[in-house]
Design a protein. Structure first.
Length: 329
């Protein structure tokens, strides 16, 4: 959108038609006239040269240049209008278990892929939030720091697979790593979404201690236990190809509930794809911290093309007037 810093300068454009009117009247009365008894012979032999046809060109160029200069005075600017809107002021770290048991197929196609798919949909629904990703198994690392570049985050999320970390379930490390990414955040709401299918059996940090640290920084933890109740099919590679065996679903629900309670969060249990999706939808509804922001784009001055055109037209007018249309005394 083009706006003008000095729009009242455009009123000077109204003067140009008056100048044209005066010019036409002045030159009409200034023309030299001859008296002839009969002009039929002259009319049949009348021919206008190109110099005659171009005699008004300097004036036309001058008027166009004047119009351009008036636009320059009005200072055209390319800009977007200011707009107030409400956005979500939340920083979210997603802490995902990538241990071997996440390959169990009680969720389809397996727990890990189901968790990734639902999490990606959640990320797409939170366009204004800073979201990051930490992974944990026997150890933990940050796959993606807090970012609003959700396309990049989704690409990193989709590349997550089993085997990138030593096996095990270090829930405490997963929480601590996420807390480290959120502790200096200035957001009004800070959240960890912790998803796991097991019990803490690795790492040097106790999950309860990590939850206490999170609470001290005002970080809420929503913990999700993934897995059916009872037994689940788990794929095992054998010399005869992939075989399945039934394994016990061992989720430390008391621990996950305690972690959530310490931080003011909530515990959820996902036994299938539908319940996992509904859990993320529930978290999405609960985490709605509204803040007023003002969007704007930087204004860019757009007068330079008009100034260049005016300068060029004036230069052409001077050259034409002093060469091909020059009048001798």
């Amino acid at each position: 959108m083009i706006t003008f810093a000095n729009p009242y300068a455009l009123l000077l454009l109204l003067v140009l038609p008056l100048v044209v009117f005066w010019y036409v009247r002045y030159h009409r009365h200034k023309e030299i006239a001859f008296r002839w008894s009969n002009i039929s012979y002259l009319a049949s032999h009348r021919r206008q040269t190109w110099r005659v046809r171009m005699r008004q060109l300097p004036f036309v160029l001058r008027m166009i240049a004047a119009a351009c200069l008036i636009i320059v005075l009005a200072r055209p600017q390319s800009s977007m209008s200011w707009k107030n809107r409400t956005k979500e002021g939340i920083d979210i770290m997603m802490s995902l278990d990538v241990s071997g048991t996440m390959l169990a197929e009680d969720l389809k196609p397996n727990r890990l892929k189901a968790a990734k798919s639902v999490a990606v949909d959640f990320i797409r629904s939170r366009r204004d939030d800073n979201i990051g990703l930490t992974l944990f198994a026997g150890e933990s690392f940050t796959q993606c720091p807090l970012t609003t570049d959700h396309n990049a985050l989704i690409n990193l999320f989709q590349s997550v697979d089993y085997g990138i970390l030593e096996d095990g379930t270090a829930i405490g490390l997963g929480i601590a790593n996420s807390v480290n990414r959120l502790k200096d955040s200035k957001a009004k709401s800070k959240v960890i979404i912790l998803l796991t299918d097991g019990s803490n059996n690795a790492g040097d940090i106790d999950p309860g201690t990590a939850a206490d640290i999170a609470a001290s920084f005002g970080i809420r933890i929503y913990s999700i236990g993934v897995g059916t109740r009872g037994k689940a099919k788990f794929p095992v590679e054998t010399p005869f190809g992939k075989q399945y065996q039934e394994i016990d679903v061992d989720i430390d629900e008391p621990l996950l509930k305690a972690i959530a309670a310490k931080t003011g969060g909530q515990y959820f249990r996902a036994t299938d794809n539908a319940s996992l999706k509904s859990i993320y939808q529930e978290i999405d509804k609960m985490e709605k911290t509204k803040i007023e922001v003002r969007d704007y784009n930087k204004r860019n001055e757009a007068y330079l093309p008009f100034a260049m055109i005016a300068l060029l037209l004036i230069l052409i007018e001077v050259i034409v007037r002093e060469t091909v249309l020059r009048k001798l005394p």
